[in-house]
Design a protein around this ligand. Structure first.
Ligand code: 5GP
Ligand code: MG
Length: 178
């Protein structure tokens, strides 16, 4: 196993700050915009972006979590029992601008499922996709991110290891594992 560091904690922190500035550039004071983190692993990134965004705008921004397990096109094909995570969207997304947040974008199937799952919560005016790591050239579907932390050229057999730690952002790291 070969493990290569692609983002250390300092660069990761800078990247989160930059993504928040890009979001503000497009969404201003976030009056009609909400954040939705994708379960299970997109929520750590969503939490970090949300915290920074609220600091920056000095206001409270709606944040929800979406689980897409039962909307996946492959969920009946699994051998192991399915474990779903909590969906928690304590606001209406009707007519809102939604920023979908996930840690890694690979084939695009999770994002496709998320678009389906969201319909239960209303009809958004606009949906954008933010991913921390965009694994290039691996998509099965025509889905592309609007905001990217870092683009990484990966083989399908490789894996991006995202280590979000409990101690806040100080020890977060991202690796490419071959
Ligand atoms: P997709 O559905 O686009 O194939 O895969 C995206 C989902 O699977 C994301 O929710 C992400 O958390 C997870 N994922 C896919 N590839 C990787 C990877 O290399 N590393 C990590 N940590 N998660 C991945
Ligand atoms: Mg995805």
């Amino acid at each position: 196993m070969d493990k290569r560091l692609i983002l250390d904690s300092e660069l990761l922190r800078i990247t989160i700050f930059r993504l928040v500035e890009e979001l503000i550039e497009n969404h201003g004071d976030f009056t009609d915009t909400v954040l939705i983190g994708m379960q299970p692993r997109g929520i750590y990134l969503a939490d970090r972006l949300h915290k920074r965004l609220e600091e920056r705008l000095e206001s409270s921004i709606p944040l929800g979590y979406l689980d897409v397990t039962f909307y996946r096109d492959d969920f009946r094909r699994r051998d192991s029992p399915i474990e779903a995570n909590a969906t928690d969207i304590p606001f209406l997304i009707e007519d809102k601008k939604v920023i979908l947040i996930d840690d890694v974008l690979f084939t695009g199937r999770t994002t496709r499922a998320a678009l389906d799952a969201m319909i239960a919560f209303g009809r958004p005016r606009l949906v954008e996709l933010l991913t921390f790591i965009d694994r290039k050239y691996t998509r099965d579907l025509p889905i592309q991110p609007d905001y990217v932390g870092k683009r990484v050229n990966t083989l399908k057999t490789q894996r991006v290891l995202v280590e979000w730690t409990d101690q806040g952002a100080e020890n977060d790291q991202i690796w490419l594992v071959t």
